[in-house]
Design a protein around this ligand. Structure first.
Ligand code: HAM
Length: 411
């Protein structure tokens, strides 16, 4: 049997891995500026956690979850999204004890057994945030502005932010009933999925690829209770203060069960069919319903794979090491290797040690990895205790005493 990677799971290789790393680094900088700390939660959790929070009737839990029984007979799952684990950690570690207002970000793999295609993987990376303990619309506006800041800091310009409100436990059930009545009235014209959704998750019909656009035009509009109407108006006015461009889009209903009030999605037209680069929203009832205190919360996650595929289009080629150390013969290997170590210790990006190869082949290796200089050491150089420093772009060569190499190359 030939051992290969599994469909939908992929290797992330250089130079793409470098773009991932620098995107993550930029995101971390922005999170710090907004006062968020990193949280790392497990990749595997009890299956029940996702059934209860993401939602039993969502596609994610119903069809896409990697759920399994371990040797101890426990029902577990690979996390399909980050929010449930962070909420569990918030409750389990009493992170609300001193001050319920806590702000976390995370970076990590999520797993969904979706049909793989460009931009859709079974293991994918999310960068996300969860903001607990602030019911004010300022938290919504901050979250959305933060998402735009992370994407802008990475150099992305071509994205649009769509926001909507789903109402709350007071006004949403009324709308749900109206929508169910409306969907039932035209049940025959609906796709099989939407027929099933009428009772389980009617809002999702508005988001259906087949029926959604038509339903969206004809379905009754949601009416909000005064509290929700006021909240959504305030979110918009505060978001304007941050200078983040956005549009209200009633079709944003999100595919997870825990949302209330504000929801949002960021899309990019430059990316192809899988154009959702990020999504999130407020989930004021989730912490309480999972056994924690009644703490409101809001968060989002972006698909790092999708963002990286956009960044790749304009990425500058990765630069190679500054220096490549070449040793000409057996007797010079140890000194060359020591110099290589000294250069690295001094903070110079240096490579080398390919001593099994001829000098010519070592110089070719230096060129191939994009080094700017070669430090060449042979018998003569050993005697003079000075290396030949060759500029690989111009071919110009200079003699530099061993002791001066680190400081000169550092410059
Ligand atoms: P989500 O909309 O399910 O939200 O996922 C967020 C982002 O993850 C999507 O916009 C997309 O870019 C990326 N994504 C999802 N599935 C895949 C896939 N199969 N391959 C590649 N990228 C994918 C959540 O996960 C919520 N936890 C967000 C949230 C946080 N809400 C509140 N807090």
């Amino acid at each position: 049997m030939k051992i290969q990677s599994i469909r939908g799971f992929r290797d992330i290789l250089p130079p793409q891995s470098g773009i991932f790393a620098s995107f993550e680094a930029k995101a971390r900088e922005v999170f710090a500026r907004y006062g968020y700390s990193e949280i790392r939660v497990p990749t595997v959790e009890m299956k029940e956690l996702f059934v209860k929070s993401t939602g039993e009737t969502t596609d994610i839990v119903e069809k896409e979850m990697y759920a399994f029984e371990d040797a101890g007979g426990r029902h577990l799952a690979l996390r399909p999204e980050g929010t449930p684990g962070v909420v569990r950690a918030y409750i389990e570690n009493n992170l609300h004890a001193q001050d319920p207002r806590r702000k976390f970000f995370y970076v990590g793999s999520m797993f969904r057994a979706e049909r793989p295609q460009a931009g859709r993987y079974r293991e994918f990376e999310q960068i996300g945030m969860e903001y607990f303990g602030n019911a004010h619309p300022a938290a919504d506006a901050e979250s959305i502005a933060l998402l735009a800041s992370v994407l802008s800091a990475a150099g992305l310009t071509d994205f649009r932010a769509d926001i909507n409100s789903l109402g709350c436990a007071q006004c949403r059930p009324v709308y749900r009933q109206n929508l169910i009545a409306f969907l039932n009235s035209r049940k025959d014209a609906l796709c099989e999925n939407c027929k099933k959704r009428i009772e389980t998750n009617p809002m999702r019909a508005l988001d259906c690829k087949t029926d959604g656009p038509e339903l969206f035009r004809t379905a009754p509009a949601q009416e909000f209770c005064p509290g929700c109407a006021e909240h959504f108006a305030a979110v918009q006015s505060l978001l304007k203060e941050t200078g983040t461009p956005f549009e209200v889009n009633r079709a944003v209903v999100r595919g997870l069960d825990y949302y209330s009030r504000t929801v949002f999605e960021f899309r990019s037209s430059a990316i192809g069919a899988q154009d959702a680069i990020a999504g999130g929203g407020r989930y004021d009832a989730l912490v309480g319903s999972m056994g924690g205190p009644q703490v409101p919360a809001i968060g989002w996650a972006l698909g790092a794979d999708r963002v990286v595929s956009l960044l790749e289009k304009n990425a500058a080629p990765q630069s190679g090491p500054g220096v490549f150390v070449v040793s000409m013969e057996e007797a010079t290997h140890r000194t060359a290797f020591r110099l290589l170590a000294q250069l690295r210790a001094a903070g110079v990006c240096a490579d080398g040690g390919a001593f099994a190869q001829s000098m010519k082949a070592q110089l070719r290796a230096a060129d191939r990895c994009g080094a700017k200089f070669a430090v060449i050491i042979g018998g003569d150089e050993m005697q003079k205790r000075a290396a030949a420093l060759k500029n690989l772009q111009t071919g110009e060569q200079k003699e530099i005493p061993f002791d001066d190499l680190p400081s000169i190359l550092k410059k």
